[in-house]
Structures are given as structure tokens and as C-alpha cells.
Write a protein that binds this ligand. Structure first.
Ligand SMILES: [Zn+2]
Length: 271
């Protein structure tokens, strides 16, 4: 599933193409793709709307019009890309935006979990999501507070979008490994110094991953290009491979219902 860096990569790719363009219409090929609105409402609200910005909030791609936003969540296998006029729709297309002066923005989704939302602004998304880890306003103090005030499994906490936005299985594992914290640690038992370290590492890892256009594991690519962060992964997907730090073998365990990669020697369990 695309996480913050992959969604940001999609935004970085489509923004220059979409900004200031006019959307003639949005067509659902598979009607359930519109989560909270109908085709009629889309016609009424978006018809001939000009795109004034394309951005990201949590794992949503936000297309901003003057009076509304369209938010797109890729979920497991969603892909957004531009199609030229002479090219045909793929059989996985669940919706498309027709642009004035040619071209279509395509939403392909093999597994059909991806959804499109229509809102006045990002308010409804902000309500359900924690802070953005790459924003300047996200300080180490905020993360310490967030982690220390809960008595929860640290990995489950990091994956909880209402706590902190954008982290998923890959970047949670990478951040915890780099910070030498076992994913089964209890949040309130983790020393402040370790959390400060985790704070730094989350920022570094996400920033590097965006620079590399994200991680391609199974189904993520932008315009057919792969994210290069796959080459930078230190622990995720590395079962039986030697730990970069200590040569111990990486193991795969189950934490918070998710396959989780750890070095049992480097990562300390705080209980
Ligand atoms: Zn190790």
C-alpha cells in the first residue's frame, strides 16, 4: 500500500501537469469509486472547475478547486496517471477526469479498494488524522507527548493514522529499526532520548524516500517508473538477510496484525 512518500511522489508527478487545468467532467467507470457523492453531484460541483492546487494530506491526494476539493485514496493498488487522447482506458480503470484541451487523468485500481471523495475542504480528513511528520510544526516534543501519553504497542501507534499521518508498514519498520526500538515495545516505556532519535529518523527516512520516488514493492509505480527507495531498505522484506548493524539475521514476526521485520539484537524491547 502506498505510504506518505509514494503518495507524495504521485503528487509531485501530476501537479505540474494538472495545475491551472480545467476539468470538464469526472466519470465513474465503477460507480462505487465515488465514496460520498454521486455523478450528478460531481457534475454540479466540479464541472468546468479549474484546478488551483494539487497536494497531499496523510495518504490522500488532494485536488483543489475554488470551492471544493477532490480527495483520492489509492489504498492497495490505486494508480493515477495521465492518458493522452489517442490512448485507450485499461480494464482496471475505475474513474477518469476529462481535461479541457485534451487528456485524461486516469484512476486505475486492480483491487478496487481506492476511493474518491468530494469535500468543501480538508476538514473531514484533518479531523481523522494526526500531524504531518514532515511539517515544520511537527516537533520532537509533539512526538514525545504523543508516544508517552499512550500505553500502546509502538508499532500499532505509529500505524494509527489518527496519531501520526502517513506512516505504513514499510516506513514504520525502517524507522523503528534505525532507532533501535523493538516494535513490540510499550509506548510509555520508551525513553525520551530514544523517541528523539525516532523523531529524527522518521524525518530522514521519509525525506530520503520522497527523493527516491518512494518504494516499489508490488503495485506502486508512477508512469511506469519504479521508486528507488527499494534499494535503501535496511530491514523491511529482508528476512534471513544480515542486519546492516550487527550481522545478526533479520527475522519476520507479527506485530499489530502486520508482518514485521526486525533485528532482535539491535532493537530493544521496552516493557
Ligand atoms: Zn542488528
Amino acid at each position: 500500500m502506498p505510504e506518505l512518500p509514494e503518495v507524495q511522489t504521485v503528487v509531485n508527478q501530476i501537479k505540474p501537469i494538472l495545475i491551472h487545468k480545467t476539468v470538464e467532467s469526472i466519470t465513474p467507470v465503477w460507480p462505487k469509486v465515488f465514496h460520498n457523492f454521486t455523478s450528478e453531484k460531481a457534475q454540479q460541483k466540479i464541472k468546468r472547475g479549474r484546478i488551483i492546487d494539487v497536494s497531499r494530506r496523510a495518504k490522500f491526494i488532494i485536488i483543489k478547486f475554488t470551492e471544493n476539493i477532490i480527495a483520492i485514496h489509492l489504498r492497495m493498488t490505486g494508480k493515477l496517471y495521465l492518458l493522452r487522447d489517442h490512448e485507450t482506458l485499461s480494464k482496471y480503470t475505475t474513474a477518469y477526469f476529462t481535461l479541457k484541451n485534451g487528456g485524461k487523468l486516469i484512476f486505475d485500481d486492480v483491487r478496487k479498494f481506492g476511493r474518491i471523495y468530494l469535500y468543501k475542504n480538508t476538514g473531514p480528513i484533518d479531523e481523522r488524522h494526526g500531524p504531518e511528520p514532515l511539517e515544520k510544526s511537527f516537533t520532537s516534543k509533539i512526538l514525545i507527548n504523543l508516544i508517552k501519553s499512550k500505553k500502546r504497542n509502538i508499532k500499532a501507534l505509529l500505524l494509527d493514522q489518527s496519531m501520526i499521518a502517513g506512516l505504513g508498514n514499510i516506513y514504520a519498520d525502517e524507522s523503528l529499526w534505525k532507532s533501535k526500538i523493538h516494535p513490540n515495545s510499550l509506548s510509555h516505556k520508551i525513553p525520551k532520548k530514544r523517541i528523539e532519535n525516532l523523531y529524527k529518523n522518521i524525518k530522514i527516512i521519509l525525506t530520503n524516500a520522497i527523493e527516491q520516488n518512494g518504494t516499489t514493492i508490488i503495485d506502486f509505480s508512477v508512469n511506469g517508473k519504479s521508486g528507488k527507495y527499494t534499494n535503501e531498505l535496511k530491514v523491511y522484506g529482508k528476512r534471513d538477510i544480515k542486519c546492516f548493524n550487527c550481522n545478526n539475521h533479520i527475522i519476520k514476526i507479527r506485530v499489530a496484525g502486520r508482518g514485521t521485520y526486525i533485528c532482535s539484537k539491535c532493537q530493544k524491547k521496552y516493557k
